[in-house]
Design a protein around this ligand. Structure first.
Ligand SMILES: NC(=O)c1ccc[n+]([C@@H]2O[C@H](COP(=O)([O-])OP(=O)(O)OC[C@H]3O[C@@H](n4cnc5c(N)ncnc54)[C@H](OP(=O)(O)O)[C@@H]3O)[C@@H](O)[C@H]2O)c1
Length: 271
């Protein structure tokens, strides 16, 4: 019998690549979900079942999970991957945008967990894979609100892992560094929509350039999708997968630096 996985953010980047890897094994029924269902035609042709699911919608999340249970009778794994970056200074990002950022990156996860965990507890088995980030461990000028959602997600993952340990459910966190997907386009478009006060303009111009340069020379999504695949399929998954070199080493390096030195390094790199 095939195992069943729900992937959010299946229309692009990590979610799409991991869906392809699972489909290629022939061992998984893959439910790929996102808002842009037309982007998942290729996955459908490869055998995926497609769900229109905006993670900010209680109804769409609940209906999607109900459909999976009705059709397949179980859910073996959730890859909670949908998310985006909202960039700009802490003061300048509009409150509605901060709320929306939390609605997608944190409340979206809450909706998914509340929908799938009762089924996994009943099965006495399941795999939850939460897509956090290098910025679960560090933060810097220009991405404070985004990093705060990924810090919060790390806290949720650590708590959940302990709470469900005796229930047959395993929890892993994925922490990618800077990786070329569509993420940077979305994040930079949120940044460029903001009319920062003059005081912040030079810093945000430097931040824009710093981010654009980082994404022009970063790795593609392969190593991260491989880690996602392992977190879903390995008999003994790791608690955390740091998927790129920067994710492995930068937070450790920063933790050894005094805060004021870190501030100087970051602000110099955004000059
Ligand atoms: N790439 C990086 O540098 C990087 C680094 C660390 C962590 N991450 C995390 O990795 C995850 C995947 O990002 P990616 O790099 O693969 O970026 P991506 O190519 O932009 O993919 C993001 C996915 O999230 C989905 N999504 C966004 N808002 C949604 C919503 N409201 N409801 C449902 N789906 C939504 C998008 O689908 P639709 O727009 O079709 O709904 C898309 O499939 C995110 O959680 C991101 O924070 C990325």
């Amino acid at each position: 019998m095939k195992k069943v996985v729900l992937i959010t953010g299946g229309s692009s980047g990590f979610g799409m690549l991991t869906a392809e890897k699972l489909l290629a094994t022939g061992e998984w029924t893959v439910y790929a979900s996102a808002r842009r269902v037309e982007r998942m035609k290729g996955l459908e042709e490869k055998g995926a079942k497609i769900l229109k699911m905006d993670v900010t919608s209680d109804r769409q999340v609940q209906e999607g999970v109900r459909r999976i249970i009705k059709e397949s009778g179980r859910i073996d794994a959730l890859l909670a991957n949908a998310g985006y970056g909202s960039y700009g200074t802490v003061e300048s990002v509009p409150l509605e945008e901060i709320e929306y950022q939390y609605n997608v990156n944190i409340f979206g996860i809450a909706r998914l967990l509340k929908a799938v965990l009762p089924q996994m507890r009943q099965q006495k088995s399941g795999r939850i894979v939460l897509v956090a980030s290098i910025v679960s461990n560090i933060s810097m000028a220009g991405l404070g609100w985004y990093a705060s959602t990924k810090h919060a997600l790390k806290a949720v993952a650590n708590a959940l892992r302990q709470e469900v340990k005796g229930l047959g459910i395993k929890v892993s966190m994925i922490q990618p560094g800077v990786v070329k997907t569509e993420f940077d386009e979305v994040a930079l478009s949120t940044l460029r929509k903001i009319d920062h006060p003059e005081d912040y303009k030079p810093l945000m111009k430097g931040f824009d350039k710093y981010i654009s340069d980082s994404y022009s020379k970063c790795p593609g999504p392969e190593s991260t999708a491989k880690c996602m695949f392992k977190a879903i399929t390995a008999r003994r998954p790791k608690t955390v997968y740091r998927t790129t070199l920067d994710a492995k080493f930068l937070p450790r390096l920063v933790s050894l630096m005094p805060d004021k030195l870190f501030d100087r390094v970051i602000l110099k790199s955004m000059k």
